[in-house]
Design a protein around this ligand. Structure first.
Ligand code: BTN
Length: 254
């Protein structure tokens, strides 16, 4: 099949670059993107030795138990909209997880995936501007599926689909659902803007209405998601603080 014909097929029906052990699927996907891989190219691994999380953290998986993927995206949108992509992906993955597992999946700002308050998955969007001036985003998704125990301080904060009762869980079925939902939400976001994503995010959010800490000593109630994807936090003093990056963790006083 030619590259042009390949591009017409949905992401879920294209061949996936499947790897055994790799340092990070993000690095592999970036390498393929730099070599011209088309949008929708998916790299998958059974285990990562140096998995990357948001804010410089590590992402640790149990070999063969997680879904670890990175997708090459070339969104034709203003650079100022790129941060919204994390929220687009959060909604898409939450939908796919909820539909395939039947479990109650919520998103936190900007894009952690929770089941009953514990983290089941995370999303990492790494952006750059390509030689042609178009943004290249490597969108990484990690979901704990059949892992039953977590090391150290992850125990009590992390969970898996199996731990929450969807056991044993079919990773192939989830991969297909994630790619289908992600492609649908991504195309809608590019074509229609952030409005529909914002509405879905507000409905599925575990952050809004909660007391959160957003860094720099700022705490308050997460009041809303702005029209651009910023989190709007109302402090005790009544000031509305906007956050476009970073994280919002439950406030110690909650
Ligand atoms: C986070 O919650 O901090 C984001 C975690 C993202 C992990 C995924 S696993 C697949 C891809 N490869 C990586 O090295 N990271 C992402």
């Amino acid at each position: 099949m030619t590259r042009a014909a390949e591009a017409v097929r949905g992401w879920a029906s294209r061949p996936v670059v499947s790897l055994g052990e790799v340092d990070s699927t993000q690095t592999e996907a970036r390498r393929l993107a730099d070599a011209g891989a088309p949008e929708g190219t998916v790299v998958r691994a059974e285990h990562q030795t140096r998995g990357r999380g948001r804010l410089g953290r590590d992402w640790v998986d149990e070999r063969g138990s997680a879904l670890l993927i990175s997708i090459v995206l070339r969104p034709a949108v203003e650079v100022s909209r790129l941060a919204q992509l994390s929220l687009v992906a959060g909604i898409a993955v939450a939908e796919a997880l909820g539909e395939t597992s039947g479990l109650p999946v919520a998103v936190t700002w900007p894009n952690d995936l929770l089941i009953r308050g514990l983290k089941v998955g995370g999303i990492l969007a790494e952006s750059s501007i390509g030689a042609d001036g178009v943004a290249v985003v490597i969108l990484g998704i990690g979901i704990n599926i059949n892992q039953t125990r977590f090391a150290g301080d992850l125990e009590g904060r992390a969970t898996s689909l199996a731990r929450e009762g969807a056991r044993p869980f079919d990773r192939e079925c989830l991969l297909t659902a994630v790619l289908e939902r992600l492609e649908a939400w991504y195309r809608r976001w590019v074509a229609e803007g952030f409005g529909p994503v914002r509405e879905a995010w507000r409905r599925g959010s575990a952050t809004l209405g909660r007391r959160v800490a957003v860094g720099d000593g700022i705490e308050g109630v997460a009041e809303d998601l702005g029209e651009d994807g910023a989190l709007l936090v109302r402090t005790e003093a009544g000031t509305l603080v906007r956050r476009v990056a970073g994280e919002a963790v439950p406030a110690p006083s909650e």
